[in-house]
Design a protein around this ligand. Sequence first.
Ligand code: ADP
Ligand code: MG
Length: 352
Amino acid sequence: MDPALAALGEFGLIGLIRDRIRQRSPGTRLGIGDDAAVLEAAPGHEVLVTTDMLLEDVHFKRAWGCSRELGRKTLAVNVSDIAAMGGRPHHAFLALGIPCQGITLAELEAVLAGLEDEAAATEVTLAGGDTCASRSGLVLCVTLLGSVPAGQAVRRSGARAGDGVWVTGGLGGSAAGFVALERGLRPGMAWPADLPRPSWLGSAEEADLRSAMAAHLTPTPRLAAGQALRRCATAMIDLSDGLASDLRHICAESGVGALVRAGGIPLHPGALVAARWTGRDGLDLALRGGEDYELLFTSRADPRPVLAGAAPGLPVVRIGEVVDGPPAPTLETGDGRTEALAGGFDHLRHAT
Ligand code: ADP
Ligand code: MG
């Protein structure tokens, strides 16, 4: 254990976390320091609750040295779930497993600083948590509470035949960024001397890979878009496991089919570069890579006027439509054939 961390101890660290908090919402009657937080419920609203954890060597590598980004992402992935319900996030709780070996206080402070950056950006107050020593890697588990006007949460179950299927942003960026990180590229550092560089990979392609790394390390939850989409989305989900898997959830919960055109799926430019670099298919990264944290939703009306006002500059495209039939998505490939849109990330299946 880092001597500075051992000297601080569990309660010293909790005190340090408490002192770092910049964002304090008026609805927090009592935050860190007692047996439980006391929060004010917003009148006319329902409470949203979500949990997402990030585990060392499952979701991130500490060797990447991106601690501040990691803290940001720990909260951002939870904010994305609240956004996908059309809600606003308010209070976060951080359960922390600190490895007995190898981690420094400075590294932990960088994680906490990143978490506080995201909290300030999304108006979230850290109101509690738990701190333990971990016998394996670093564990970062956030539980996030939010709110939505009563009865207006956008569920996965509201899609109906005839609705359009829409997606924000470009897909496959996170998977491409992961490829770049795995191969040794780091944000803010020059191309490593020992990393072979294909002759076709120029400065424009490198910039695309760097933007993909940013998409992987610090995803931007589509909070304003999610809230605005309460006005027209019939079903919504955030893209955490890949379009194939997440659209399957909408189909299953809504009891409908969906037809998606491969040529209409917006790819992150880094996905094409990573695909060429690795011999993989860019579309596969977009459909099955996961962790893009864009919004996938269905809507009867054209959502673009709503989003132009609430999230100016955020791309949104129609990639297909909801259809009657078996509750599973279908992909129309470039040559006009159709196939089941299968695959996507599954923690238990990938663990075997
Ligand atoms: P208890 O033993 O009653 O569960 P703890 O000693 O675990 O209390 O926690 C003391 C206070 O510090 C609580 O308010 C708890 O929410 C807060 N806390 C503990 N760990 C964290 C953390 N990692 N982040 C934020 N707050 C924390
Ligand atoms: Mg506790």
